[in-house]
Design a protein around this ligand. Structure first.
Ligand SMILES: [Zn+2]
Length: 382
């Protein structure tokens, strides 16, 4: 492991915390965040928030991080600022569209950088252009140009040491072109974008792209945006050797009342909380309502801690020591794969459902809260 990688103040798992739009994240115990060294939040979260806390913080001249520290957020924890553009796209394509709601939010780079400035974050993700597998050559060239311009714009307001620059593409030519450009600008922290569309397009292509990018960036930190299913954590961190991944999927599976055992999410009624003993499980009482926010928070804590453990365990194994049984199912899309293999009683979380419908964790949470007890049994989701 190179020295540059050791210097990064990031963790394998970087959960997305919705500080601005969910009061839950600004209250104990989530505000005293010690579960991972880094958390991510988005510019989009700032713009969609109508919360007084945000106005008060901004009006007082404090950065968002300072405001959070005042509420109990550990100062030494790393705050990563991302655009949230993917989240917006997901919203547009997901339930918002199903419900006939137009999502009219578009963020310009100027707005994103203003939000970045307000954030007081430790790292900043350069605005991205997602190169899709079906893009034409012309579209790809335009997007590469935008990715490079975006980085240059961000570097006008943030030093290179605080920038996470995004690599896109599916061919060695495109990937190395973008990588070389980023290196010339002094970037040493990279993120691979466009993984989720690629995951649904071709697992083989995703696998070879990730291996190529990892090899190219081997002296540097490499982050991945998005975790379409928790079982991929092992694949990313162990098989590919990625350094970190950010995720909303733990929030999503918590909203669905799933309890992580390893990388499998079982229904909470099947979980034995006292067998775990983590900070969340200590406060989970099987006799209490699973609909309270207290239950939600503690279940979320368990899921976070279980995923952290999963990531750390696998990341500490040298490659080749333990094979992954949940390895990417090559040449099968996850939906077909799940239809073919009838799930066992403790079935795998159906995170592919959200990814296909592009529903954000927050939307899923809103729907779950609204629908109350009407939880769909997992088997009927196939
Ligand atoms: Zn637990």
């Amino acid at each position: 492991m190179g020295s540059v990688r050791n210097k990064m103040k990031l963790s394998h798992l970087i959960p997305k915390n919705h500080f601005c739009s969910f009061l839950l994240f600004r209250q104990e115990p989530l505000i005293n965040w010690t579960y991972t060294k880094a958390v991510l939040f988005t510019a989009y979260d700032i713009y969609r928030s109508t919360d007084f806390w945000l106005d008060e913080t901004i009006n007082s001249g404090s950065t968002l991080k300072e405001g959070l520290v005042e509420l109990g957020f550990p100062r030494g924890n790393t705050l990563v600022a991302d655009t949230g553009v993917f989240e917006m796209e997901a919203k547009k394509a997901g339930i918002a569209r199903n419900l006939g709601i137009e999502v009219d939010i578009e963020l310009t780079n100027k707005q994103i950088f203003e939000a970045y400035e307000l954030s007081g974050a430790d790292y900043f993700v350069a605005p991205d252009e997602i190169i899709l597998p079906q893009d034409s050559q012309t579209e790809i060239i335009i997007k590469i140009g935008k990715i490079k311009d975006n980085l240059l714009e961000l570097l006008e307001v943030v030093p290179a040491s605080k920038v996470i620059a995004v690599i896109q593409g599916h061919s060695e030519e495109v990937i190395s072109d973008i990588y070389d450009f980023h290196r010339e600008q002094g970037i040493s922290c990279f993120a691979m974008g466009g993984v989720i569309p690629l995951y649904f397009h071709s697992k083989d292509l995703l696998d070879s792209v990730l291996k190529y990018v990892r090899d190219l960036t081997k002296k540097h930190w490499l982050h991945i945006f998005g975790l379409p299913r928790v079982s991929l954590l092992q694949y990313y961190l162990h098989d590919i050797g990625i350094d970190s991944v950010d995720t909303s999927s733990l929030l999503y599976i918590t909203a669905r009342r799933r309890y992580l055992i390893g990388s499998k999410g079982v229904q909470v009624r099947e979980a034995v909380f006292k067998d775990c003993g983590c900070e969340g499980c200590k406060n989970l009482d099987p006799k209490k309502s699973t609909r309270s926010s207290d239950f939600f928070v503690n279940l979320y804590l368990h899921n976070i801690l279980a995923a952290v453990k999963l990531g750390d365990n696998f990341a500490s194994h040298p490659p080749g020591q333990s094979r992954i049984d949940t390895k990417i199912e090559n040449s099968q899309d996850p939906e077909t794969a799940q239809q073919k293999q009838k799930p066992k009683s403790s079935d795998i979380v159906q995170t592919n459902n959200i990814s296909i419908k592009w529903m954000t964790a927050e939307e899923s949470l809103a729907i779950t809260m609204r629908d109350g007890e009407k939880e769909t049994p997992p088997d009927s989701q196939n």
